[in-house]
Design a protein around this ligand. Sequence first.
Ligand SMILES: Cc1ncc(COP(=O)(O)O)c(C=O)c1O
Length: 419
Amino acid sequence: MTEKTLPLTSSELLAFARKAGTPFHIYDGRAIRKNAEDMLDAFSWSDGFINYFAVKALPNVNILRILASLGFGADCSSLPELLLAKEAGFDGESIMFTSNDTADEEFLAAYEMGAVLNLDDITHIGHVIKACGKLPELISFRYNPGNERTGNAIIGNPVEAKYGVPHRDIIECYRIARENGSKRFMLHTMVASNELNEDYIVETARMLFSLVNEIYTETGIKIERIDLGGGIGIPYRPEDERISFFHLSERIRELYSEMIEKKNLHPLKLSFECGRCITGPYGYLVSKVRHVTHKHKDFVGLDSTMADLMRPALYGAYHHITVLGKENLPLSHVYDVTGSLCENNDKFAIDRKLPEIDEGDYLVIHDTGAHGHSMGFNYNAKMRHAEYLIEDDGIYRIRRDETYEDYIRTMLSEPEKIS
Ligand SMILES: Cc1ncc(COP(=O)(O)O)c(C=O)c1O
């Protein structure tokens, strides 16, 4: 069980929502810091351990700066994410560039920044050479284990996944990279998403440790670092149990001793590129009830939309909801909690048991600190909203609401004749 808590007292959050205006995402910087430090602590036995925070999870420079200051790296998947990571203070090999279907210009930009290029396919080696003139000294490949592993609803089955190098090509990738001048090597995979079963993450470590051994046996290449990807899940539902960094780390340590130390493959540096389990539980979407309607079902209509949080509509994902000031009332009603988009799947919850809700109530949608604001879009000209950060000395605004001017910025008021 995981207690669903708020980052401030209910009345403090209510007062803030009234003052700031809704909707908004609010992140608990204190809790994010503590959680990130816990992860580093848990893996402190592993020399050079790093978590490259997946920028896509929460691409706000103010959050990224916190993580950079703690010694995290950044995992980027596009040129704008690279620029954002740089702006936040990440540099060189603390940036992992795990992109797919990548433009040559993006390879070049990542190369020039000294980021680690993590290639998604054997054919990308030629593209990097073409784009950058040569391969970087340090190179990484993303491994796709195919039917050796199973996936889940979000990440999909590895056999169907568009990502990563299959086993038949992976050894050859390292050979070609060495022949073309690379001297240091990393190995990456990403086979889990929102996984709460610790065994799955441990098995991913086993898979990569074994592949490190195979690569060494086949080529003599000693992999310097592995990246186990992201995908450590968070307890979205109160009945879910979180994965303990400390417990996970101990299990990986045992495997490391058996599969790396005893096989003379030590030292091998470890890394993750987790986003969700770092910031996810410490973000909250606060929204006000506009309408309560009774049709074939009972609906609670909010002032936020899918533009603020896509996950329920996209994956049918559960996000816990607290009604501020009504925490202790019985869950006596069943509602669909909706946004105002002209899409029927613009719902934050379906058939959710909640206390009786009135117009003007404030709802907190939990666990929006990763893949929340960042997934938003502007369909129906719905705007994405502000982000706030709670620190020891107060609450800071770290992103303003989008405006109509932002929405039309790329539109030409007069057509421009092109041909
Ligand atoms: C390549 C890669 N790395 C890391 C992540 C972060 O995953 P999570 O936030 O679930 O840890 C993702 C998520 O989509 C990803 O695609």
